[in-house]
Design a protein around this ligand. Sequence first.
Ligand SMILES: Cc1cc2nc3c(=O)[nH]c(=O)nc-3n(C[C@H](O)[C@H](O)[C@H](O)COP(=O)(O)OP(=O)(O)OC[C@H]3O[C@@H](n4cnc5c(N)ncnc54)[C@H](O)[C@@H]3O)c2cc1C
Length: 64
Amino acid sequence: MTKSTDFLLIGGGLASATAAETLRKEGAEGRIVIISAESRPPYHRPPLTKHFLLEKTKQSLLYI
Ligand SMILES: Cc1cc2nc3c(=O)[nH]c(=O)nc-3n(C[C@H](O)[C@H](O)[C@H](O)COP(=O)(O)OP(=O)(O)OC[C@H]3O[C@@H](n4cnc5c(N)ncnc54)[C@H](O)[C@@H]3O)c2cc1C
């Protein structure tokens, strides 16, 4: 369990994933921790109903 971090993002959705990506793109160094109620990494939700449940895409391709 991580005891300290440089950036703490709450929620494992697109907002946190984009924030983490943006931090890195803008040169931020250090540890980024995302805390989420979900047990899986951030994923794109729109394809859930448009592709995944119709078996048009693999689960692994949903991850951001
Ligand atoms: C099936 C589906 C289809 C969609 N289709 C479209 C579309 O076609 N076009 C479109 O524009 N948008 C669509 N959306 C909406 C889009 O996915 C959301 O706007 C987007 O996911 C919002 O991202 P977010 O990170 O702000 O919030 P969310 O994706 O809701 O993420 C919030 C995160 O916070 C976590 N969380 C909540 N409470 C806590 C807590 N107390 N402690 C820790 N973690 C917590 C949740 O587990 C989750 O990981 C769709 C959504 C769904 C579900």
